[in-house]
Design a protein around this ligand. Structure first.
Ligand SMILES: N[C@@H](CCC(=O)N[C@@H](CS)C(=O)NCC(=O)O)C(=O)O
Length: 205
């Protein structure tokens, strides 16, 4: 098994923090992909990841597994402790609900904002659209307000314990710095949550 990942990229970081929380990151064989050099668009890599996305996991039979959350689901099965995705049907569903809310309403819009506005992305995102960047920025800002309210109701994103949904939000918050978006400077609940989770050894970059 080999994990193809890229440094300082949000989706690979979701898997990295997930494995670090489980104490399993160091034991995984890794292959570094350089996105700026477009390693991920080469035919050999596309055989594993047909959409040319990082991360990807190469399994023992040579087949590829992609989508950060799916890779985490597999690792949750291989390394069940500590549990990060739910212990019974209802908890699994609730954690997935929150994780997908974070991914689809926050992380995705930070990505749209960054990819459509930052000069470093001009080669990868063709065409860049200022209008798309503006819409994504508005949606990310709206989502930040939503998650601040949520973190006023519960200590962690999915409820009373740390889960994969916190990892996704933490990655999203870090990623936002690239477009100078720092919701913890304006929102007290996000600031409190971020201080607590960033002290976790598993979330060290
Ligand atoms: N839905 C995928 C998204 C993966 C993704 O977009 N990864 C980015 C890096 S964070 C990537 O490969 N970007 C390269 C590109 O779009 O050309 C997942 O959850 O893993």
């Amino acid at each position: 098994m080999k994990l193809y990942y890229a440094r300082m990229a949000p989706n690979p970081d979701r898997v990295k923090y997930f494995l670090q929380e489980k104490g399993a990151w160091d034991g995984i064989e890794k292959v570094e992909i350089n996105i700026i050099n477009q390693d991920h668009r080469q035919p050999a890599y596309r055989a594993l990841s047909p959409m040319g996305h990082v991360p990807a996991l190469e399994l023992e039979d040579g087949s590829g597994l992609t989508e950060s959350r799916a890779i985490c689901t597999y690792f949750e099965g291989l390394y069940p402790e500590p549990n990060l995705m739910g212990v019974d049907a209802l908890e699994r569903a609730r954690i997935e609900m929150w994780d997908r809310r974070v991914e689809l309403t926050y992380l995705l819009h930070i990505a749209g904002w960054f990819r459509n506005s930052h000069p470093a992305m001009a080669e990868l995102e063709k065409p860049q659209s200022a209008e798309w960047a503006g819409i994504s920025e508005g949606r990310a800002r709206k989502a930040a307000a939503f998650f601040d309210k949520r973190l006023g109701e519960a200590p962690y994103v999915a409820g009373d314990r740390f889960t994969i949904a916190d990892i996704t939000l933490y990655v999203g918050m870090g990623f936002g710095k690239i477009v100078k978006f720092r919701p913890w400077e304006d929102y007290a609940n996000i600031a409190d949550w971020r201080e607590r989770v960033s002290a976790r050894p598993g979330l060290k970059s």
